[in-house]
Design a protein around this ligand. Structure first.
Ligand SMILES: CC(=O)N[C@H]1[C@@H](OP(=O)(O)OP(=O)(O)OC[C@H]2O[C@@H](n3ccc(=O)[nH]c3=O)[C@H](O)[C@@H]2O)O[C@H](CO)[C@@H](O)[C@@H]1O
Ligand SMILES: C=C(OP(=O)(O)O)C(=O)O
Length: 422
C-alpha cells in the first residue's frame, strides 16, 4: 500500500492549478444515464472515485471515450443492466446517484444500499422517500434498493412537492435528476445549495431540462419527455482549493491558485483571514500570502453557504499550530473527528467533547508515522506534516487518491518535500 513521506518546514510558493470538482463530476457522470445521446465532459478530475464511477457506468452499458485524462464522452444509448452491484457501491457511496436517473429513464433500478463509512452512518432514506413521493414503488431486499414505476401512467415518475427534512447534497441531486424526466412539476424544498448542485443543474439545463432555483433552497423542475446530449465543463473543486489555501497559510509563503473561484469559498476565506492570512482574488484565481504565524479560529460546520464539513479537518490542522484555543464543531456527520487521534500522535493538543473538539495550539508539531482514515482526514495529516519538525509518514493514502489529483506533484511544485513510497 502506498505511503507519503513528508519533510516538514518548507514554505510554499508559486502557482497551482485546481482540478474539476469530484463532488460535481460524480453526479454529472450519472446524468449521462438520462439521455441516449452523448454527453461530452471536460475538466473531469483524474481521481480514483471518477474511475470507479466510470467502471460502474460501463458495467451498465454506457460507452465511455477518453480523449485525454480530463475529457470524457459518455454515451448511454444501450443500457444492459439497471443495477449497481454491492462490490462497486461499497467503495464509493456516490454510486447511489445512479438511482434517480435509472428510475426516471428506464422505470426501474436495483442499487446496493451504500452502508456506513468512516465518517458516519450516512443513510439514504431521504433519497428513497423523495422517489416514493414521485410514485416509485421501492423496497429493500437482500441489501439492495429495488425500485420501479411500471404501475404509473407511461411508466414515468410523476412530479411532486417534496419537503426534505434535512439538507442532503446527493439526495437533492438524485431527486433533481429523477424529476428532470418525470411527468409534471417537482418542487424540492429545503434543497441543498452547494455549488456542485448548481453545476449539475447547469449541465442538466444544457441537456434540455427545465430547472429553476438551483443554488437556493427551493428548486423547481418541470419534467420533460426526453433529454439530449450536451457539452459541459465541470466546476472547479472548492475543497481542493481550500486545502491548498490552508497549506499556504500554515506553511507560509505566497501561493496562487488558478481555476479557483473565491465566490464559492466565502466562509473558508473569512476564516483564513481571521487566522491571519492575506487572501486576494481575481475572476478565476485566488492568492494566499502568509508568514505562517496563525491565530486560532473557532468554526462550526453547516450546509452551504456556511462553513463546509469537507474543510473541517484541514482547519483542525491549522488550529493545532495556531496561537490560542479554538473550538471546532461538526454538525453534519456524527463521526468526523477520526483525524484527532492521528494529530495527537504529532503532538497536537485536542480534546473532543461530543461534536466539538477543543484545540490548544502548540508551538510546533513533531513528525511521526500516522494513518489516514478518510479523505479529508488524510488531507489534514498532509497539512500537519508540512509544518511538523522532521519527517512524517502517512500510511493508507489511497483515501487521498479518491479526491486529490496528483497531490504530491502539485505540492512539490510549490516547494514541499513530499514523496510517495510504493
Ligand atoms: C459525493 C458528494 O457530493 N459528497 C458530499 C455530500 O455527501 P452526501 O450527499 O452523502 O451528504 P448529505 O448532504 O446527504 O449528508 C448530510 C447529512 O444528512 C444525512 N442524511 C443524508 C441523506 C439521507 O437520506 N438521510 C440522512 O439522514 C447524512 O447522514 C448527513 O448527516 O455532501 C456532504 C455534506 O456537504 C459532503 O461532506 C460530501 O463530500
Ligand atoms: C465525504 C466526502 O466524499 P464522499 O461523499 O464521496 O464520501 C468528501 O469529499 O469529503
Amino acid at each position: 500500500m502506498d505511503k507519503l513521506q513528508i519533510e516538514g518546514g518548507q514554505p510554499l510558493n508559486g502557482e497551482v492549478r485546481i482540478s474539476g470538482a469530484k463532488n460535481a463530476a460524480l453526479p454529472i457522470l450519472c446524468a449521462a444515464l438520462l439521455t441516449e445521446a452523448p454527453l461530452q465532459l471536460s475538466e473531469v478530475p483524474h481521481l480514483h472515485d471518477v474511475a470507479t464511477m466510470l467502471k460502474l457506468l460501463s458495467h451498465m452499458g454506457v460507452q465511455v471515450e477518453r480523449s485525454d485524462t480530463h475529457h470524457a464522452t459518455l454515451h448511454a444509448q444501450h443500457i444492459a443492466h439497471q443495477e449497481a452491484p454491492y462490490d462497486m457501491v461499497k467503495t464509493m457511496r456516490a454510486s447511489i446517484l445512479v438511482l434517480g436517473p435509472l428510475l426516471a429513464r428506464f422505470g426501474k433500478a436495483r442499487v446496493s444500499l451504500p452502508g456506513g463509512c468512516a465518517i458516519g452512518s450516512r443513510p439514504v432514506d431521504l433519497h428513497i422517500k423523495g422517489l416514493q413521493a414521485m410514485g416509485a414503488d421501492i423496497h429493500i431486499a437482500h441489501g439492495y434498493i429495488e425500485a420501479h414505476c411500471q404501475h404509473l401512467p407511461g411508466k414515468r415518475l410523476r412530479g411532486a412537492r417534496i419537503l426534505m427534512e434535512m439538507v442532503t447534497v446527493t439526495g437533492t441531486e438524485n431527486l433533481m435528476m429523477a424529476a428532470a424526466l418525470a411527468d409534471g412539476t417537482t418542487v424540492l424544498e429545503n434543497a441543498a445549495r452547494e455549488p456542485e448542485v448548481v453545476d449539475l443543474a447547469e449541465c442538466l439545463i444544457k441537456m434540455g431540462a427545465r430547472i429553476e432555483g438551483a443554488g437556493t433552497d427551493v428548486i423547481t423542475i418541470h419534467g420533460v419527455d426526453a433529454l439530449h446530449g450536451a457539452a459541459h465543463a465541470i466546476v472547479c473543486d472548492r475543497i481542493e482549493a481550500g486545502t491548498y489555501m490552508v497549506a499556504a497559510a500554515m506553511a507560509g509563503g505566497e501561493v496562487t491558485l488558478r481555476n479557483a473561484r473565491a465566490d464559492l469559498l466565502e466562509a473558508v476565506i473569512e476564516k483564513l483571514r481571521d487566522a491571519g492570512a492575506q487572501v486576494t482574488h481575481a475572476a478565476d484565481s485566488i492568492t494566499v500570502k502568509s508568514n505562517g504565524a496563525m491565530q486560532s479560529v473557532n468554526l462550526r460546520t453547516a450546509p452551504h453557504p456556511a462553513f463546509p464539513t469537507d474543510m473541517q479537518a484541514q482547519f483542525m490542522a491549522l488550529n493545532t499550530v495556531a496561537k490560542g484555543v479554538a473550538s471546532v464543531t461538526e454538525t453534519i456527520f456524527e463521526n468526523r473527528f477520526m483525524h484527532v487521534q492521528e494529530l495527537q500522535r504529532l503532538g497536537a493538543h485536542i480534546e473532543v467533547e461530543g461534536h466539538t473538539a477543543i484545540v490548544r495550539g502548540v508551538h510546533c508539531l513533531d513528525g511521526a508515522t500516522v494513518m489516514a482514515t478518510d479523505l479529508r482526514a488524510s488531507a489534514c495529516l498532509v497539512l500537519a506534516a508540512l509544518v511538523a519538525r522532521g519527517e512524517t509518514t502517512i500510511e493508507r493514502i489511497y483515501h487521498l487518491d479518491r479526491g486529490y489529483e496528483r497531490l504530491e506533484e502539485k505540492l512539490t511544485a510549490l516547494g514541499a518535500r513530499i514523496k510517495r513510497i510504493h
